[in-house]
Design a protein. Sequence first.
Length: 121
Amino acid sequence: MANVDAFVDLPDGSCWAVTILTVEEVRRLLSVWRETGEVANGSYFWGVDDVIVPESGIAVMTTAIRELVRSGDITRAGIRSEKRRAQTCPLGGGRRHRAGGDGHTCLNSRRRPAWVDGVST
């Protein structure tokens, strides 16, 4: 998993959206855009809520999310999301999971949902 959209629910009730990408995924996107002519022929990459991690994988991404929450950087790196409140994680019968609450981090991939238990990874 090299590119994922994540919603992080905090104990204070706020929800933050981030897109987590690997360095290699950024390279791949720039290369695709160079070929397709998009984004000025792949001459730049930017995103308001992008977090870049060194390698792919849910464990790496979960570690990044935990550190963003621990340091408070989630409020600077992410975008506050009110729409997320209506969504539920399919783990545990549809109850909502909160980072820092019951320890679950719900990741929503652009291709398909991927739900991760942040405690066990």
